[in-house]
Ligand binder design. Sequence first.
Ligand SMILES: Cc1ncc(COP(=O)(O)O)c(C=O)c1O
Length: 337
Amino acid sequence: MGDAIRLAANEWPEPTPMGRYLTAGDMERVVLNRYPGSGPATELREILAARYGVAPDQLTFGNGSTDTLLGLFLMFGGHGRTTLVFTPTFPIHMRLATIAGGAVARENVGLPYEISAERALAAVERTAPHVVLFCTPNNPTGGLIGDQVILSVAERYPGTLVLVDEAYGDIAGTTLLPALADHPNLVISKTFSKEHAAAGLRMGILVYHPDLAEAVRAAQLPTNVSVVTYALATRIARDEGTIRSRIAEIRSERERVRRGLSGIEGVEPFPSEANFILFRVGGDPVRVYDRFLDEGVLLREMSSWGCPGCLRVSIGTPAENDRFLAVAARVLAPTPA
Ligand SMILES: Cc1ncc(COP(=O)(O)O)c(C=O)c1O
């Protein structure tokens, strides 16, 4: 069977050793005795601000987006406040809002995951939330939410925080960053865990309107990210060519995996702009999950996320995708009557 392959967490599949980014000289320059302060973040702030088309002080950093989002929920979505999410979506969002002490309201979109502006506005009207969360592309469904849907909420409800999780936005090639200047209640979340191939580093970024950024900085912990993380993240961010080629590879491999799944009778892959594909199977998804596992392929079973009959596969290396498709052809083929 060979080694098991993990296609379950939407990570970049090839190892990225730290030594690829930090030289011995860098290690001498990164000193550990002082608190991080604002200095070690300066270069990363400048590189990302230029890429995002914003000013450097519109960014805040944290230990992955789970950390930046928890901070945001503590500030805007805590006790006595409500966060609206459109399900099925990334369950960590709901967990973070709950940990922060807030309530979660759900609008169940189901499959296919298509949200119209009318539906989004009606959900906001119904639940009167303090924070509305849009995840685009959405995990686990993979598709996009239209910019106009999100902006119509931000415009109709200027006193509500509209948080857009763009963890997979660079893979899709879409972003609402240009809308930030005219929408002070919009916040955009980014991460180094996907096409930056650094899920283990833990680097999350929030991008705010300048006015909101100032208020958030006043409340934020000043030393929440280590100098080591900043040094590595700066090197990774500078390596734009590699990031672009990873995105191109993910897109072409994703299409190959999607075509392979579509060719199996009874299997329905959902369109994806991200580095994973949600697919519906004919039989019991838990049994299908177990059969993949028996063959050394770890997937994610998705009924517990509100996608009945579905599994999610992360896009792996070309060799891993070959192996996934070979196992899929055996495991998912309809059994003769
Ligand atoms: C939509 C979404 N947001 C955030 C994350 C987590 O990102 P991070 O590793 O930056 O905490 C994930 C991870 O899978 C995700 O799917």
